[in-house]
Design a binder for this molecule. Structure first.
Ligand code: 6R9
Length: 629
């Protein structure tokens, strides 16, 4: 398959290119070959640097000790203003070794799965690296997910240990974590295999400790050895599983392996941010997301950078908090999400201008399409027109950034992710899979593997094959749509499947629907996204009640709570519209296109409704929707 020729970053021999990039790591055994990949559905496998051996925690810590032992590895900034802590590479190394010793003594070994359910404290990074040190596989579950969501992940990956905290702090509020873990471990089979819950004392809030199973980190740490040799694992040994939403079914466990992922995280972090030795780099994501994995922990630490880790939220105690942090700590590289940029933009320029931002050099954006207005504000106001804005497009599945501007590029296209990274080969295809050349809009696919690509869906390889490689055979299908302009620059237009992006959080419509129908009052539900000024997309839920039930404020509230309980507060519905029926084809398929238009407030653009089984439902829905606006 040919790709567009207008990519000036083209690499001619990709295997040679990646083998050279692999030299950025300290391998225990250097690889002699790069890719061993087949995207053929009948024999799908993805392997990189397969004869190499290494340890990820050594890349992030040990190898820096000699030259950067006293350099700040993690610059931790607390939720409470004025609270901060600089942790050197030597200190981080010691903490990680101790935590690895504790886990090892409790029986965690190579290949075991460990769930991390953590707030944004340094121990979250220690726990990831401690697992990596033992060759154990971590799976970080975002602290905003409910016990139910946590339980299903514990069960799915068969975790034997959990690392958590008593509570987390965010925006002046305490988030209960240990209590949620306890609740999760009593759900179904989730608790059966878990022998250890290692608990970090963060707030001193209440935490019930179950004898034998639950231990305090501060107590164990005192006894633990700071000498814990790293296990050299094969390049293709799993490094972590991270659950993410797809268009169908429950979240899938995206599996990343060690060698390729580390090469790719390090490579992209250095190039996209034009990293220099003295940079103070701040990625304002949560470690519960892939952005936190690749660009708070693995990429920056592999590169020996100073990575700022912020416990709180961008808008607390007020809208100047981020800029205060930038000024206080001399942040040079900032990486955040459009949803945060929009929220801060709304507060005007004054909170920004109050603080000195002359240290800033590169401003990154990730997670969702950035609207040109937000891009301009980020560039003109935050960056004083002086900084490079890198709008980085990628996914949990891709491990790292695939399409992005690079420092030095002209900043003339607000909202364009521009060009693929060297070594990355995207293409646009139409609905039939025909490759589109030149200026075009279509479905975004990748035509060649890269080291950071996910390897499989944990426990369900067939789902991996079906989800990504059968829609347009021979390519990896991203689920995103994109436009390519006359200069060959890519503009991501958003998901073309049933995946929603709420404030940069990925969510499947199917997940929310199944949470709703799990409630006794609900006969049927259909969920769509609609444009939302702050969140990018909001959740609009159409619900049909069981016969005999009348719509009421109580039922609406109960359903909202239901979704929060099943998934977590990130999935709180914006609108619950109790409806008499759903627009369906005669074969019973829900016509989401129509539901989306109604939720958007564009009932005049419904298109062809002639195939509907009951066309009158549409008028009732339009009328009902008006009441929710
Ligand atoms: C890294 C991350 C992936 C989905 C992706 C796309 C959207 C991410 C974007 C972007 C436009 C960007 N997305 N970055 N859309 N421009 N710069 O966010 O991973 O949580 O898996 O979400 O996010 O739709 O497919 P993940």
């Amino acid at each position: 398959m040919t790709t567009t020729s207008s990519n000036p970053r083209t690499v001619s021999d990709t295997d040679a290119f990646w083998l050279r990039e692999a030299e950025r790591l300290d391998w225990t055994k250097a690889p002699t070959s790069a890719s061993d990949v087949s995207w053929d559905a009948s024999d799908l496998h993805i392997r990189w640097f397969a004869d190499g051996a290494l340890n990820a925690s050594v890349q992030c810590l040990d190898r820096h000790l000699e030259t950067r032992g006293d350099k700040t590895a993690i610059l931790w900034v607390g939720d409470e203003p004025g609270v901060a802590k600089a942790i050197t590479y030597a200190e981080a190394h010691e903490e990680v070794c101790r935590m690895a010793s504790v886990l090892k003594a409790r029986g965690v070994t190579r290949g075991d799965r460990v769930i991390l359910y953590m707030p944004m404290v340094p121990e979250a990074a220690y726990a990831m690296l401690a697992c990596a040190r033992l060759g154990a596989v971590h799976s970080v579950v975002f602290g905003g997910f409910s016990p139910e969501a946590l339980a299903s992940r514990i069960e799915d990956c068969g975790a034997t240990a959990v690392v958590t905290a008593d509570e987390g702090r965010r925006g002046g509020k305490a988030i209960v974590l240990k209590k949620n873990v306890d609740a999760a471990l009593t759900r179904n089979d989730a608790g059966r295999a878990v022998h250890t819950v290692l608990t970090v004392k963060v707030t001193g809030g209440e935490a019930a400790m179950q004898a034998g199973r639950d231990v305090w980190w501060h107590e164990e740490k005192a006894e633990a050895s700071s000498d814990c040799p790293a296990e050299a694992v094969d390049a293709e040994d799993p490094l972590f599983i991270l659950y993410t939403s797809g268009s169908t079914g429950k979240p899938k466990g995206v599996l990343h392996t060690t060698g390729g992922y580390m090469v790719y995280a390090s490579y992209t972090h250095e190039k996209v941010f034009d990293l220099k030795e003295d940079d103070v780099y701040w990625c304002a994501a949560d470690v519960g997301w892939i952005t936190g994995h690749s660009y708070i922990v693995y990429g920056p630490l592999a590169n020996g950078a100073t990575t700022l880790m912020y416990e709180g939220v961008p808008t607390w105690p007020d809208a100047s908090r981020m800029w205060k942090i930038v000024e206080e700590h001399g942040v040079t590289l900032l990486y955040t999400a459009p949803t945060a940029i929009r929220a801060l933009m709304r507060e005007g320029d004054a909170p920004v201008e109050k603080h000195d931002r002359s240290s800033l050099r590169v401003l990154g954006s990730v997670g969702e399409p950035i609207n040109p207005e937000a891009w301009r504000w980020y560039h003109d106001v935050v960056g004083e027109g002086r900084c490079t804005v890198v709008d980085t497009w990628w996914q949990t599945e891709t491990g790292g950034i695939l399409i992005s501007p690079l420092p030095g590029d002209p900043m003339t296209k607000p909202g364009a992710a521009t060009k693929p990274m060297p070594g990355i080969e995207p293409a646009l295809v139409d609905a039939d899979g025909k490759v589109l050349e030149g200026e075009a809009e279509g479905n975004l696919v990748l035509t060649r593997s890269w080291p950071g690509q996910m390897r499989t869906v944990w426990g369900d390889h067939e789902r991996f094959v079906q989800t990504y490689f059968t829609t347009y055979p021979g390519t990896y299908f991203t689920g995103d749509g994109a436009r390519r302009d006359a200069d060959g620059d890519y503009w991501i237009t958003g998901r073309v499947d049933d995946v929603l992006n709420i404030s940069g959080h990925r969510m499947g419509t199917a997940e929310v629907e199944s949470a709703l129908v799990a409630h006794d009052a609900v006969a049927e539900a259909a969920v769509v996204g609609f444009p939302h000024d702050l969140k990018g997309q909001g959740l609009w839920c159409y619900v049909i009640l069981r016969a005999g039930l009348e719509p009421s404020a109580e039922i609406e509230k109960a359903l909202r709570d239901q979704v929060r309980t099943e998934i977590g507060p990130v999935a709180t519905p914006d609108v619950i519209q109790i409806a008499p029926g759903l627009p369906k084809t005669r074969s019973g398929k829900i016509m989401r296109r129509i539901l989306r238009k109604i939720a958007e407030g564009a009932p005049d653009q419904l298109g062809d409704t002639s195939t509907l089984a009951e066309p009158e439902v549409v008028d009732q829905l339009v009328e009902g929707a008006a009441r929710h606006r």
